[in-house]
Design a protein. Structure first.
Length: 414
């Protein structure tokens, strides 16, 4: 039982909560699992059963950008308003029936892309990055591997030239300043910078959409064109490309970095996973559960309802604490331990229901290949220092991941 706290965690951007988000979630889960946060003016829901039920609850809407826009007094040309306008049509912030149509068309593209068939290409990219990381005497695994890999994969899937990879990464970074609720950022121009990046990105994707309408290929963007009657409009295609880039980049970068930190903290566990390829997949699933890339998902309340004796009212927000749910002792025995025999995929790292992450399979494949390759090719891999997580509400992101390894024994490609 979590000890009775002197005060319940209320601010997810407080230094203690950023440094150890799981400890904060544990206190809330044990003592106030439906907690009204004055700091965020939102309900913090932290138990597994409540989080899973919330994904199916029609009183909780994913259409959470437009209400923020409409409640703001800022003029329409305000940078923040313009960014929100660009994001408001994203599939992840819509409800049925619009969401149903967008997801069906995007899902068809993912199936056509045959994500599982991409493993050889992803393995080749990982090996190239590890080669360069070792050759450069690299010390930061985020900059060297975890960060560039997913942007490269998404760029290739969308049919963008390899020369544009760095632009994709920069756009994703600028958007992350806004989309993940960054705190403690004294840069007053962060929204203006993000807007410039987004507008550049939108222009780029419009050109790419026009090209694929004229010259369809075997890429994901061509697959999303659909037919004339029910295909995506140019605006919808641009929004889908932006979403796939951002979600696919940020989430997978965090998943890889967090998994490496977790699995290398115990040398015996690290070596066990390294020596048995069959254990890489369950190890990644445990990493997703314990240190998943997303801590919080936001829902907008559209209908009054009760939860554990609390009245959740229309117009309020609910923060679903995925990290709290994924360590709930009522759902997971020994919840804070890495258990490679644990039942797979019952965690909620990628959400659940109609809004479950459509790119979860791709993120899993990239993370599994990256983690397995790094453990195999960098013997004795270990992290130097404590984690320095970025101060965001939603994302569990490490700005850097300094590592050391037995460089004289770098493994070769398979």
């Amino acid at each position: 039982m979590t000890p009775e706290p002197s005060a319940l965690p209320d601010d997810l951007l407080a230094p203690d909560a950023v440094r150890d988000p799981d400890a904060a979630a544990a206190v809330l889960r044990a003592h106030d699992p439906v907690h009204w946060s004055a700091a965020h003016r939102a309900w913090l829901v932290s138990r597994y059963d409540d989080v899973v039920a919330a994904f199916r609850n029609p009183a909780l809407s994913s259409d959470r950008v437009r209400p923020v826009m409409s409640s703001s007094d800022a003029p329409s040309d305000d940078p923040t308003q313009r960014i929100l306008g660009l994001m408001s049509e994203w599939m992840v912030v819509t409800d049925p029936p619009a969401h149903t149509r967008l997801r069906r068309l995007a899902g068809a593209a993912f199936r056509q892309q045959q994500i599982a068939a991409m493993e050889d290409r992803i393995q080749a990219l990982v090996d190239e990055l590890v080669d360069a990381f070792v050759a450069d005497g690299g010390a930061d695994l985020v900059a060297g591997v975890a960060y560039p890999l997913p942007a490269t994969v998404i760029a290739e899937m969308l049919g963008a030239p390899a020369a544009d990879r760095d632009r994709f990464r920069a756009w994703s970074d600028e958007l992350a300043l806004v989309a993940f609720g960054a705190g403690g950022d004294a840069r007053a121009d962060r929204h203006e910078r993000a807007l410039r990046g987004l507008e550049e990105m939108v222009g780029y994707f419009r050109q790419l959409v026009a090209l694929r309408r004229r010259e369809p290929g075997d890429d994901m963007l061509s697959a999303m064109l659909g037919d004339d009657q029910d295909g995506l409009s140019d605006d919808e295609l641009v929004g889908m490309c932006a979403l796939l880039l951002f979600a696919g980049h940020e989430t997978t970068t965090n998943a890889i970095a967090n998994a490496i930190r977790l699995l290398t903290a115990d040398p015996a566990l690290r070596d066990r996973v390294r020596d048995d390829p069959a254990l890489v997949n369950p190890a990644v699933e445990e990493a997703l559960r314990l240190v998943g890339p997303i801590k919080v998902l936001v829902r907008w309340v559209v209908e009054d309802h009760e939860l554990r004796g609390r009245t959740i009212r229309r117009g309020e927000r609910v923060y679903l604490l995925l990290n709290g749910a994924n360590r709930d002792p009522e759902r997971f025995p020994r919840p804070d331990a890495v258990d490679l025999a644990r039942e797979r995929a019952t965690h909620v790292a990628f959400g659940r229901g109609i809004h479950a992450c459509i790119g979860a399979q791709l993120a899993r494949i990239e993370t599994r290949i990256a983690v397995g390759t790094l453990l195999r090719r960098l013997p004795g891999l270990r992290v130097a220092g404590e984690p320095a997580y970025l101060p965001t509400i939603a994302s569990r992101a490490q700005e850097s991941l300094p590592v050391v390894h037995d460089g004289s024994a770098v493994g070769s490609r398979p």
